[in-house]
Each structure stands twice: as structure tokens, then as C-alpha cells.
Ligand binder design. Structure first.
Ligand code: DHB
Length: 394
């Protein structure tokens, strides 16, 4: 077995792990990042597509991506559609901010390329990864793609290894709390070869359930509709999918653009937070620490926000030589996490048909949509949350 030493060992080479490795590299802190997935597996995973203004600034200002500005699309507003009418929320007019349509896959590709050109140590496709925090220094043991086994020793261990995190499970029994909520529905997501239906995203509430018309490129579109959690993608052919989209979205002169469907999947709906995010020299970031339902696309944005704080706290740890400064991470990160938990939950309940909803529940939901779209204060609340709370409480 080969032994390797580094300052910070990162498990997970998704956007959270790679951005952390990049930011620490800029502070002169050495990292080794491992992931059981191959580069192609991560790059081939279809995930959400909206970046908050602050996420874009972080990627650009840290030198992680310039492509987000040249190939991403700035959106200055979004449409909430209900009772067959479009209601635009004007982000620029209300809060002076925008979001960018730039898929998570591209964020990963940019970060991976940047790490490669900066000589960062990122190992994809490792197997049998195990972490141990019982000794004075944390270790990660893994098998390289060539079959050799490495024992990586580090000052700090970061679990950026997604919702099925192995690092989260390395906390001692009783060492953290969990807050969890399940929803009685899911999203059916698909990619279609079609023209954009609109120049901004359209979030639709209909009596048949929620639908979202998003975008990717001038010729490929991303869309979602509310479905049962156990829905099976193979049972949905193109005709059935477009029939469902039409009855939820079309009307009063608005029509979804149709075309051949090239990928389809069911996305689970869960809200989850664990705390604290630190035990001794192990810290969690991104989906390993929290999950949001997809409405509003907060997952990636939260992961990037976690990592910005974590990079600062880790730099403080090396400057002060004191592990206690690491404790600041939990409180700072979770302030935003709980705001986003609330927003994702609230936007979900405002726009979806909840099985068993009473006529009262449905009228109340309509009242809420009328308030959010018809009042400047209501719209501003939505716009501020969607674009990402640019001035969070200090
Ligand atoms: C997308 C996904 C979301 O969850 C969302 O709220 C908006 C857009 C997307 O994949 O494009």
C-alpha cells in the first residue's frame, strides 16, 4: 500500500469538491481530491441549469470559469404561469440582479479543466473508498483504477461526496442531528430537440400538476413535469410526454415547442439538512450536508456557497493553527441553507398539486400566486430568493 500525504483530502470531485480544491490552491493549500466516478460519468450526468448571481461572481472572480459569461445566458426574470396566464417576475427591476442559465455539467467541465491546467491532484474512478477519522489525522484509503491501493493522510478531510455521502456516516453515533422531509411527488425531467418555447423559464401551476419549461441551447430544451415518485421513465413515450406537457402548459396563445425526446429521468423530491457540519477534522459540504427539492434550482448554488465559506475557514485554520476556527463553518453555511430550504419548500408547495389537496387548499394556493405576482413586495420576495440573497445578514 502506498502512503500519500496532503493538507486537505477531498472526497467527491463534483462542483463542490473541485471548487474547494481550486480555491484552496489559490491560497497555497495543497489538496488531493478523489471520486469513485470517472470523469466521463460526472460530465455525462444531467443536472440543473440555473446559477445565482453570486455563484457566477464566485466562478468568474476566482478564475474558475469565464465560459459561464460567454456561453451562459443571463436571465433577468422568470415567468410564473397559472390559470393560463404568464406573470413575469422582473429580477432586474425588483432587485437589480439576474441569474444565468449554465448547466451544472458545464460548471464541472470548467472546474475540472482549471484544476488540470493548474496541476491540481484529482483522481477520478477510484474504488473501495473508506475514510477513518479515529486517529490524530484523518485518512482516506482507496484503490486506483490500476488496482494499486493508496492511503491518503491529511490535516483535514472534506466530505463533498453527494447525498449518499460516506463521509457523513463517519460522524460518531449521535454526533449530528438530521432534519428530513419527503414529498408525495417527483419530477419527470427530459431533454428535447426543439426550439426554445420562451426567452425565459416558465414555471407553471395547472390543475394537472406542475410543469417547468427550461432551456439548454437554441436547439435543445430541458423540461420537467410533476409525476408520482415511483413513475417509470420507460413507460413514457414521446407522445405521452407531450400530451402531458400540452395539457399543463398550453393555452391563450402560449404553446410549448415540441421535438424528439433524447433523455428522460425521474428526480426525487427531498429536503434534508444535517448539523453540525464539522466533527473534529471532518467537514461536510454540498449535497453531503443538505438536499433541497429541485424547484428553484438551489442545490448547486448552495454547494458553491458552502465551499466559499469553507475555503475561508480552512485558510483561517492554517493561519491560526487552531482547529476551533473550523466551528464557524456550520453556523455561517447553515444560515443560507435554511433560507434556501424554506424557499425550495415554499416554491414547491405554491406550484405543485399536492395529492389530497382540498378545494380550500387549491384556492389558497391561487391566492398565494396572485399575491406573489400581483404585489411588488410579493414579487420582490421571490426575486430576491431566486437570484440568491445578495446581501445576507452578517
Ligand atoms: C432547471 C432546473 C430547476 O430545478 C429549476 O428550478 C430551473 C431550471 C434546469 O435544469 O434548467
Amino acid at each position: 500500500m502506498k502512503t500519500l500525504r496532503t493538507q486537505v483530502a477531498i472526497v467527491g470531485a463534483g462542483p463542490a469538491g473541485l471548487l474547494l480544491s481550486h480555491l484552496l490552491g489559490r491560497s497555497g493549500i495543497e489538496t488531493v481530491t478523489v471520486d469513485h466516478r470517472t470523469y466521463d460519468e460526472i460530465a455525462g450526468t444531467i443536472r440543473a441549469g440555473i446559477l445565482e448571481a453570486g455563484s457566477v461572481r464566485l466562478l468568474v472572480d476566482s478564475g474558475a470559469s469565464t465560459r459561464v459569461l460567454t456561453e451562459g445566458h443571463r436571465h433577468d426574470g422568470v415567468v410564473l404561469r397559472f390559470d393560463g396566464e404568464n406573470h413575469r417576475i422582473d429580477f432586474q427591476g425588483l432587485v437589480g440582479e439576474s441569474v444565468w442559465l449554465y448547466p451544472q455539467t458545464d460548471v464541472f467541465i470548467d472546474l475540472a479543466a482549471r484544476r488540470r491546467s493548474d496541476g491540481g491532484d484529482v483522481r477520478y474512478g477510484v474504488s473501495d473508498t473508506a475514510v477513518d477519522i479515529s486517529g490524530a489525522r484523518p485518512t482516506v484509503t482507496y484503490t486506483e483504477p490500476d488496482g494499486s491501493v493508496t492511503r491518503l493522510e491529511a490535516d483535514l478531510l472534506i466530505g463533498a461526496d453527494g447525498s449518499r455521502s460516506i463521509c457523513r456516516h463517519a460522524f460518531p453515533d449521535g454526533g449530528r442531528g438530521e432534519w428530513f422531509r419527503e414529498y408525495p411527488f417527483a419530477w419527470f425531467g427530459f431533454l428535447a430537440e426543439a426550439a426554445p418555447s420562451h426567452d425565459e423559464l416558465v414555471y407553471t401551476r395547472s390543475d394537472y400538476g406542475f410543469a417547468l419549461v427550461s432551456q439548454r441551447t437554441p436547439t435543445v430544451q430541458r423540461m420537467y413535469f410533476q409525476c408520482a415518485p415511483d413513475e417509470r421513465p420507460q413507460e413514457w413515450d414521446d407522445d405521452r410526454i407531450w400530451t402531458e406537457m400540452r395539457r399543463r402548459v398550453n393555452g391563450n396563445g402560449f404553446e410549448v415547442e415540441e421535438g424528439p425526446i433524447t433523455a428522460k429521468m425521474v428526480l426525487p423530491f427531498r429536503s434534508f439538512v444535517t448539523a453540525p457540519l464539522r466533527h473534529d477534522r471532518l467537514l461536510l459540504a454540498g449535497d453531503a450536508a443538505h438536499t433541497v427539492p429541485p424547484t428553484g434550482a438551489k442545490g448547486l448554488n448552495l454547494a458553491l456557497a458552502d465551499v466559499a465559506i469553507l475555503a475561508e475557514v480552512i485558510a483561517d485554520f492554517y493561519a491560526a493553527g487552531d482547529a476551533d476556527v473550523l466551528d464557524r463553518y456550520t453556523e455561517r453555511a447553515l444560515e443560507r441553507v435554511w433560507r434556501a430550504q424554506h424557499f425550495s419548500y415554499w416554491a414547491t408547495t405554491m406550484l405543485h398539486m399536492v395529492p389530497g389537496a382540498t378545494p380550500f387548499d387549491i384556492q389558497r394556493q391561487r391566492g398565494e400566486l396572485a399575491l406573489i405576482t400581483g404585489s411588488r413586495h410579493g414579487s420582490t420576495y421571490f426575486a430576491e430568493a431566486y437570484t440568491g440573497w445578495q446581501q445576507p445578514k452578517q
